[in-house]
Design a protein around this ligand. Structure first.
Ligand code: HEC
Length: 231
């Protein structure tokens, strides 16, 4: 091997080393890691706990348990018994008098504040609409919550069976009893409602996840652009 060839090899090695050094310098000049003052993603025990916690349990449905499906099989004797709690204030016979409360003959399906000769509270008088099974269910559950400033000083019937029984019985005290809902139809309607709620929740979750992913990607892209333009 002559000196010329050795020189070429040495020059080649030097060039290779130079190239590595230059590329390294240029590379780190282009993308220099920068210490962030604060983490981009706030990290704390709380956040992690929150992230892993199951979605807040669905709030207890405010208000009374539904009774529609119970009406058809309600016990009339039981309804008459429950009405004893109302009888001190309400007469329920046709043409009977108003007492502390209005006469309730034909109340199911009647208009709110159905008696012209009774002096109702403003809340009741101005409510509008008719007393269907569901309205009565809500009113009898907690009268004061349902009608603002109602004159009916009665705590309410907390048991769904009691409300169903007295409402079904009141319905018989009428020239035109309202047809009781078919329990099978009520259950089908409830099942359909639940399915719709579940589907809506699933859609919401998917949208939330997608939004979080997009947000993360945008943030990362922004950081990369910042890093590239900072040079
Ligand atoms: C302490 C007396 C009292 C008791 C007990 C009572 N009520 Fe009443 N009720 C009233 C008064 C007073 C009103 C009128 C309320 C108003 O104007 O806000 C009323 C109104 C009503 C109305 C609305 C009537 C309409 O014309 O719109 C219904 C329905 C009713 N009561 C059902 C019942 C039932 C059923 C019970 C028993 C579970 C009951 N009430 C117990 C006093 C009473």
């Amino acid at each position: 091997m002559n000196t010329m060839e050795i020189n070429k090899i040495v020059a080649g090695v030097i060039c290779a080393v130079l190239l590595v050094v230059v590329v390294g310098k240029v590379g780190s000049a282009l993308v220099s890691p920068e210490e962030l003052e604060a983490p981009v993603y706030p990290f704390s025990e709380d956040v992690m706990a929150g992230a892993n916690a199951p979605a807040a349990a669905p709030a207890e449905p405010a208000g009374p348990e539904p009774i529609l499906a119970m009406l058809a099989s309600a016990d009339m004797g039981e309804g008459e018994k429950v009405f004893k709690k109302c009888a001190s204030c309400h007469d329920v016979e046709k043409g009977g008098p108003n007492k502390t409360g209005p006469n309730l003959y034909g109340i199911v399906g009647a208009a709110f504040a159905h008696k012209d000769d009774f002096s109702y509270s403003d809340g009741m008088a101005n409510h509008g609409g008719t007393w269907g099974f569901e309205e009565l269910n809500e009113f009898l559950y907690k009268p004061r919550d349902y009608i603002d400033g109602t004159k009916m000083s009665f705590g309410g019937l907390k048991k769904a069976e009691d409300r169903a029984a007295v409402i079904a019985w009141l319905n018989t005290k009428s020239d035109n009893p309202v047809a009781l809902p078919d329990p099978a139809a009520v259950e089908a309607a409830q099942a359909a409602e639940e399915a719709v709620d579940e589907a809506a929740e699933a859609v919401e979750e998917t949208v939330d996840d997608a939004a979080a992913a997009v947000e993360g990607a945008v943030e990362e892209a922004g950081d990369a652009v910042d890093a590239a333009t900072a040079q």
